[in-house]
Design a protein around this ligand. Structure first.
Ligand code: PRP
Length: 179
């Protein structure tokens, strides 16, 4: 285990098993269709890559990046688009793939923006749901795990851009961020 990790919250095996289950659900939901799977950079990359490989139906890939207006601004709900999709989504079934829903600002902004482009549907697939932190009412249509309000890192999730490549989801030691 990484020395900055207090404990492992979700192991590699648990992530793998849950992704398999989510992939079965997605395959069923979009059977006969070709959903556009949208990864929200950067946190969702690990989850996205594993989820898509676990799915059997044909899918298309695209990426978006969002940023908050500087440190702390996220709590005000201000988000900004920094990389848009490459293609039009009119009439398409879109699945937004996220690593975590926290306040819900990112996803409510994204969902609103994507819906304005007249897709056939927009659904959310999130690996983690930190419901205790929710500010705006938004729910995942496909969800991996509910988690408590802990500082989680790994499997895409960072603290100051570190720890994203840990293969599990861990709880960060307080001593790392309380200095
Ligand atoms: C994280 C995460 C979600 C968002 C969730 O991204 O990947 O996009 O925050 O938080 P919210 O529900 O409060 O909006 P972050 O801005 O940390 O960027 P990253 O994915 O590059 O780590």
């Amino acid at each position: 285990m990484h020395p900055d990790v207090d404990s492992i919250l979700i192991s590699e095996e648990q992530i793998k098993k849950r992704i398999q289950e989510l992939a079965v659900k997605l395959d069923k939901e979009y059977e006969g269709k070709r959903p556009l799977m949208v990864s929200i950079l950067k946190g969702s990359v690990m989850f996205y890559a594993d989820l898509l490989r676990a799915m059997s139906i044909p899918v298309e890939m695209d990426f978006m990046a969002i940023s908050s207006y500087g440190a702390g601004a996220k709590s005000s709900g201000e988000v900004k688009l920094i990389k848009d999709l490459d293609r039009k989504i009119e009439g398409r079934d879109v699945v937004i793939v996220e690593d975590i829903i926290d306040s819900g600002y990112t996803l409510s902004y994204l969902k609103r923006m994507l819906y304005s482009r007249k897709p056939a549907s927009v659904k959310i697939c999130a690996l983690l749901d930190k419901y205790a932190r929710r500010v705006v009412p938004i729910e995942a249509d496909f969800k991996g795990f509910d988690i408590e309000d802990e500082f989680v890192i790994g499997y895409g999730l960072d603290y100051a851009e570190r720890y994203r490549n840990l293969p599990y989801i861990g709880i960060l030691k307080r001593s790392v961020y309380e200095k």
